[in-house]
Design a protein around this ligand. Structure first.
Ligand code: MLT
Length: 340
């Protein structure tokens, strides 16, 4: 990420840097300014900013596609975690980055909820970004610490209604997918719970396995392994159909909470005014990555799948973002949640 005075973004939080190196022969000298030169793009490292902690669901999906994308582009991709405020810190930094294709953002449903939750957000999703393409839509699971008393989703509802002031609900900050699902759970059951915010659901899940928090709602790309290993208790998945990789896990409808439906769509973004030829190169590389058998297999193992090729495009992504901004503005206004 290259912004002049905003290296504080880097100082603020760089949790983890991984380099997916590729055809070194075709990589540029890595240092020189790209300057939005579409013909020679990429001639230095591309950074994909993940606005949540390393090892979490958004980070996992990003690192899956980074390799095949870099191979198609013939360059290097660096994954950088810039955490904070439910993903709005990392998104804000990319909005202010140079529009030259070397700073890319992986974000999810949180891009469409933040304007309704934050009075002073510092960016406008439709105006300050170019959409590159959708990536995947991940189901969520309701999971609890292994020794938590409730055995079923209905038991959980009864338990939280009887012990609302004592039960802790983890999430990745206001506007994060885990927060939204938690909001839906609370508005569906009519309880207000103690929310415990983290910088991502990666660290939240670690604490859940360790018994420090009671339950949370999180993406299958993060919870599948712990569920399969029996390290957490799993109550339901928030999609209309069961997830193939978790065949024994009922849907929220089967488990008696049909209103609790949500899945987490993800997409890639670059700063507004990034040359359209560069956006097209990134979108083409994304399509190649989503057609990669290795990516398809990894996603299936973690309960999700790539979007169809026609959705991995700037226009389809922009249409989704536009629709979701409207949808969540209403849901959040009705829920009465506000952040100054
Ligand atoms: C993460 O990567 O930590 C999650 O996407 C956080 C969330 O939105 O719940």
């Amino acid at each position: 990420m290259r912004t002049t005075s905003r290296y504080r973004a880097t100082a603020r939080m760089i949790a983890a840097i991984g380099v997916v190196s590729l055809a070194a022969a075709c990589s540029g000298n890595g240092g020189a300014a790209g300057g939005g030169d579409a013909a020679n793009y990429p001639d230095e490292n591309i950074t994909i900013v993940v606005p949540f902690s390393a090892g979490g669901p958004t980070d996992t999906v990003t690192r899956m596609i980074a390799g095949p994308m870099a191979a198609k582009l013939g360059g290097k991709i660096v994954v950088q975690n810039v955490e904070g405020a439910g993903g709005t810190v990392g998104a804000g930094d990319v909005a202010r980055a140079r529009p030259d294709g070397y700073t890319v953002l992986m974000h999810h449903i949180g891009m469409s909820t933040a304007p309704a939750l934050y009075k002073s957000l510092g960016y406008k999703p439709l105006e300050d970004f170019e959409t590159v393409g959708l990536v995947t839509e991940v189901p969520m699971t309701i999971v609890a610490r292994k020794d938590f008393a409730p055995a079923t989703l209905q038991d959980l509802v009864t338990h939280v209604k009887a012990n609302a002031s004592k039960v802790t609900l983890a999430n990745a900050g206001i506007g994060a997918a885990s927060h939204l699902c938690g909001l839906l759970f609370q508005s569906t059951t009519g309880v207000k719970l103690q929310e415990v915010p983290y910088q991502g659901t990666g660290p939240a899940l670690t604490d859940l396995v360790g018994g420090q928090v009671d339950f949370m709602c999180d993406q299958t790309t993060n919870t599948s392994g712990q569920i399969a290993a029996g390290k957490v208790k799993a109550y339901a998945v928030t999609t209309p159909e069961r997830v193939k990789s978790l065949p024994d896990l009922p849907t929220t409808t089967e488990a008696g909470l049909p209103q609790l439906k949500v899945s987490v769509w993800h997409g890639l973004y670059v700063p507004a005014d990034t040359p359209p030829e560069i956006v097209q190169k990134l979108s083409e590389a994304l399509k190649v990555a989503l057609a990669d058998q290795g990516v398809i297999d990894q996603m299936a193992k973690l309960g999700t799948a790539p979007v169809p090729a026609q959705d991995a495009t700037p226009d389809a992504h922009r249409a989704k973002l536009d629709e979701q901004l409207g949808t969540w503005a209403k849901i959040i206004a009705d829920s009465g949640v506000k952040v100054s």
